[in-house]
Design a protein around this ligand. Structure first.
Ligand code: PBG
Ligand code: MG
Length: 332
């Protein structure tokens, strides 16, 4: 319900406020700037600096050195933070994701390389075991089940390893119950009380993660699906419960994922909790847009800005997007 009765036509002519660029700018209700963007970087432990990801045109698997260059580029474009996602050699994958807690592993190496090259930029890491397990799940397994409580220690240790290497923000994306509390306690106990937790609080089991799983090399590994821990896309009230729990366990900010098909969830979360709410324009969203752009069916620049602006309008504090550098250049 509007708080007033709009004047009828012809007294009210909404087009007056759209009649030229200056007035459209003047009355814009929301803005999009490079400060709203988080750039996800896929990193790898291979020898090459940049390896193209076939299912994500324009995205590359980066060595730590190349990730540091990307972070410098991001900083220069005014992007406040990068987010790291690992593709590790299949030979190091095992049932408990040992590689996830290697203090000399790929992610610690990348954090250090980025902090050396661009200390001004925030570094966020993914807390989940899927990139390191031989079954592709985000937690550890007991028989056919993903074991919730047994996963918590592994995740908390992984978050500690990231914080110790210099991560500013740890972002649990695993969707185990209680992991925010486990991570927060591990950080407190080890002197990392200032490390932020951005919780993937409302993360849905989605077809749109497909290209990412190729990028990090977990799709071939994945046994079954993630529906016993990631949310059912039929649900919305349940997202509010998930967010409430994560905030009460010590999350500083929350995320909704995927992005474009879930803007209704963003709106409800941001309105209900009034905490920094982020969304992830995930790999499948990126790749479906790139496919249309490559065919000439979508105008690249306009489509990027329109979709990202939509996140801001829905109530996001910021957006994770593989389009971050392109968008920042368009906005700069
Ligand atoms: N820890 C898993 C994780 N972290 C980020 C993404 C997806 C990101 C994207 O699709 O861009 C996923 C996928 C999944 O849950 O299988
Ligand atoms: Mg939860």
């Amino acid at each position: 319900m509007l708080p007033y009765q709009p004047a009828p036509f012809p007294l009210a002519r909404p087009r007056r406020l759209r009649s030229s660029p200056w007035v459209r700018r003047l009355v814009a209700e929301t803005t999009l700037t490079p400060a709203d963007l988080i750039w996800p970087l896929i990193v790898h432990d291979g020898t090459e600096d940049r390896v193209p990801v076939a299912s994500m045109p324009g995205v590359f698997r980066l060595s730590p050195k190349a990730a540091a260059s990307a972070a410098v580029e991001a900083r220069d474009l005014g992007i406040p933070m990068v987010a790291l996602f690992p593709n590790v050699d299949g030979a190091i994958k095992d049932a408990v994701g040992t590689g996830a807690t290697d203090p000399d592993g790929l992610i610690p190496d990348c954090i250090k390389a980025i902090k050396d090259a661009a200390p001004e930029i925030g570094v966020m890491t993914d807390v989940a075991l899927d990139c390191y397990t031989d079954h592709g799940h985000d937690g550890v397994m007991e028989g056919d089940r993903i074991a919730n409580d047994a996963s918590l220690d592994r995740l908390a240790e992984q978050a500690f390893i990231h914080a110790h290497a210099g991560a500013d923000v740890v972002a649990p994306s695993d969707m185990m119950d209680g992991r925010i509390q486990a991570v927060r306690e591990a950080l407190e106990a080890n002197g990392f009380q200032d490390t932020l937790i951005l919780s993937y609080a409302a993360k849905f089991a989605s077809a749109f993660y497909g290209p990412y799983r190729d990028a990090v090399g977990s799709s071939a590994m994945l046994k079954g699906d993630k529906k016993t821990y990631q949310m059912d896309y039929a649900n919305s009230d349940e997202a509010l419960k998930e967010v409430a729990m994560d905030l009460s366990e010590g999350a500083d900010a929350v995320m909704v994922k995927p992005g474009m098909p879930y803007l209704d969830i963003v709106r409800r979360v941001s309105e209900t909790f009034r905490v920094p709410t982020f969304a992830y324009q995930v790999s499948g969203e990126y790749s479906m847009m790139q496919a249309s752009i490559a065919n000439g069916w979508l105008d690249q620049d306009r489509a990027i800005l329109e979709t990202l602006h939509g996140f801001k309008r829905a109530g996001c504090a910021g957006v994770l997007t593989y389009f971050a550098p392109q968008a920042a250049r368009l906005l700069g």
